[in-house]
Design a protein around this ligand. Structure first.
Ligand code: PMP
Length: 403
């Protein structure tokens, strides 16, 4: 069993007060706080080994390169990828998905080809496909929700046709905090030889990810939602796809030889890592992965799921409470009566409670649900039952003010 009060000691930012109240940070789906060891790994890298990677014969550059590649191997092991050449460092989930839309699109897609996404995608898994649609004329098919506010698997199967070329869906919805059984979605797509991209931004911080067991063709995530710094993320891709895909950005590092007439490209993963990478961010991501493993991903998951269940149970007792979807991971989205989410957010903030309000970068889902936005509380390893109690008490107080 994980003890959040011990863990909190590693997160100095949580010790502060806001408007004279102890900070209760429940906006972890947007970004998590960083433990001291991750922050230290950044300053240690700059204090002791900073040097541009891959290009230097000198000592520092070699050490920096070793640490950077070590981080890549930590990511590989963490998601059980077969080879570290399948781990591409990006700026985050958004860039990872844009990379696939652009490179997979340029290589394999033609006008009339179809990409399947879902009703509950983040804008970062909608807009890149629309850009591709505007550029080359692909079609986008959308998996609807069922009456239970989950993705409709039967409707998903019915979307496949002759021209379906790719499926791109979220593992866990950042709005509903609900897990889609993506393994079934992947297996079905594979029976029709269609590859699948999984947006793992909201799953990898809260569960063990095994890309081999999932058989995902691509898996995208962001470091900053899993205790690592901003600006670093990952695209995992099966080498059989990545090898055939055209590069994304052009520049240094992604080339083998450059002539004005013709350029040949570097091997994986460097073909997709143009320019100086965020090697310090990658090293810090490696440290964040070590940190999660020291605590235990299963223990983290159990703790967060227990907090979520407890929060749902307590929130349900508040009159006029509407909880959306079927939260089973670490986030709960809700509305109370006709209190606007922005009002709720502002008043909770005055009580020291940081939650997120609005459309959560999922405007199409808001439209489907017929609401302007939600209030979302999302948990991490350092949150406590007492904080959930404080959230519930604060919501009750706000609800009384509006009654
Ligand atoms: N997908 C999902 C499900 C997310 O929750 C987020 C972040 N809110 C993203 C994609 C985008 O992640 P980033 O902004 O780190 O690129």
């Amino acid at each position: 069993m994980l003890n959040p009060n011990d863990i909190r000691k590693e997160f100095p930012i949580l010790e502060q007060t806001v408007y004279g109240k102890p900070l209760i940070y429940l906006d972890n789906a947007a970004t998590t706080q960083k433990p001291r060891c991750v922050i230290d790994s950044i300053s240690q890298a700059y204090l002791t080994i900073n040097s541009n990677v891959h290009r230097g014969v000198h000592h520092l550059s070699q050490v920096a390169t070793e640490k950077f590649e070590e981080a890549r191997d930590k990511v590989r092991a963490h998601i059980n990828a077969g080879d570290k050449s399948e781990i591409i460092f990006t700026r985050g989930t958004t860039e990872s998905i844009n990379l696939v839309a652009s490179s997979f699109g340029n290589t394999f897609l033609k006008a009339g080809d179809e990409v399947i996404i879902s009703s509950l995608e983040h804008h970062s898994n909608i807009v890149p496909w629309q850009i591709l649609r505007d550029r080359i004329g692909i079609e986008i098919k959308v998996i609807p929700l069922d009456s239970n506010e989950s993705l409709d698997f039967e409707a998903y199967k019915a979307l496949f046709g002759e021209r379906t070329r790719l499926v791109s869906i979220a593992h866990v919805s950042n709005v509903l905090g609900a897990t889609t059984p993506v393994k079934e979605y992947i297996d079905y797509a594979h029976t029709l030889n269609v590859p699948v991209l999984i947006d793992g931004a909201q799953s990898i911080p809260h569960s063990n990810i095994d890309v081999k067991a999932l058989d995902a063709d691509f898996f995208a995530f962001s470091g900053h939602k899993m205790y690592a710094p901003t600006g670093i993320g990952v695209l995992y891709g099966k080498s059989e796809w990545l090898n055939r895909m055209q590069p994304y950005h052009g520049g240094g590092e992604m080339i083998q030889t450059v002539r004005f007439e013709k350029t040949t490209y570097n091997e994986l993963p460097y073909k997709f890592e143009a320019g100086t990478p965020d090697y310090v961010g990658a090293i810090a991501l490696g440290r964040a992965i070590d940190f999660m493993n020291e605590i235990g991903v299963d223990a983290i998951a159990q703790h967060e799921q227990a907090l979520t269940r407890y929060a749902v149970e307590r929130l349900r007792n508040i009159p006029s409470m509407r909880i959306f979807g079927n939260p089973d991971s670490s986030a709960v989205s809700f509305l109370v009566g006709d209190i606007h989410p922005a009002d709720m957010g502002t008043l909770l903030d005055r009580l020291g409670i940081a939650i997120r309000t609005g459309h959560h970068c999922a405007q199409p889902l808001m439209e489907i649900l017929g609401i302007p936005g939600t209030v979302r509380a999302s948990f991490a390893m350092y949150n406590t039952v007492e904080e959930v109690d404080a959230l519930v008490a604060a919501i009750e107080r706000v609800a009384k003010m509006f009654a």
